[in-house]
Design a protein around this ligand. Structure first.
Ligand code: AKG
Ligand code: MN
Length: 202
């Protein structure tokens, strides 16, 4: 399988102890910054994924104001908690970008959630890659080209895998078609967590 240029899949980057430590760190993030249900701009349709963030900026969306980054949680109004240190280490080791990430979007997928094909283009700095970490149940990830009409290919992402969307592939369309229930024992209640590290400002 030939991934588009700039897209890298690093299977099993995190071993089981590293995955467990990261889940603990994300539980602490969620305790401070509770998951919220994002809503599509315009239509007001709820997404099936629940989200929160850590970092100096977090990605949010609602019916009125649409997709954006902001320094505070949309429900609590508090600043987002800090990005766990191990994620900053992954960024340093894998991203190949001098500046640190400002945002870590935390997506929680129940076993029936999905994410439609989209581009990550709300960041001002498109030279920085997006680094994605998968935890919990395996998903079917789809990636296409720079146009929505381009041919796509799909592959599975398992717990501990990292994907990097960078360089020419930074704006490739991508999405999550499905979660495979009971494919990991990491999360006691099933589902999948995806973490994406993003540099927002140049
Ligand atoms: O869950 C994933 O693997 C991808 C998530 C994603 O594309 C996003 O949050 O923008
Ligand atoms: Mn994305």
């Amino acid at each position: 399988m030939q991934l588009p240029n700039g897209i890298r899949h690093l299977p099993g980057y995190l071993d089981r102890p590293a995955q467990e430590a990261l889940v603990e760190a994300i539980r602490a993030v969620v305790a401070d910054a509770p998951l919220f249900t994002p809503v599509m701009p315009g239509t007001g349709k709820e997404m099936s994924v629940r989200m929160t963030n850590c970092g100096s900026l977090g990605w949010v969306t609602d019916k009125q104001r649409g997709y954006r980054y902001q320094p505070t949680h949309p429900v609590t109004g508090r600043p987002w908690p800090a990005i766990p240190s191990q994620l900053l280490d992954f960024w340093r080791d894998v991203a190949g970008y001098e500046k640190p990430p400002e945002a870590c979007l935390v997506n929680f997928y129940s076993d029936d959630a999905r994410m439609g094909l989209h581009q990550d283009r709300d960041e001002q700095d498109l030279k920085a890659p997006v680094l994605s970490v998968s935890l919990g149940n395996t998903c079917l990830f789809r990636v296409g080209g720079l146009s929505r009409k381009d041919r796509t290919l799909s592959f599975k992402l398992a717990s501990g895998d990292i994907v990097v969307l960078g360089g020419e592939g930074r704006l490739c369309f991508h999405g999550v078609d499905r979660i495979y229930p009971a494919t990991s024992t990491l999360l006691k209640s099933g589902g999948r967590i995806n973490l994406t590290l993003r540099r927002v400002q140049p």
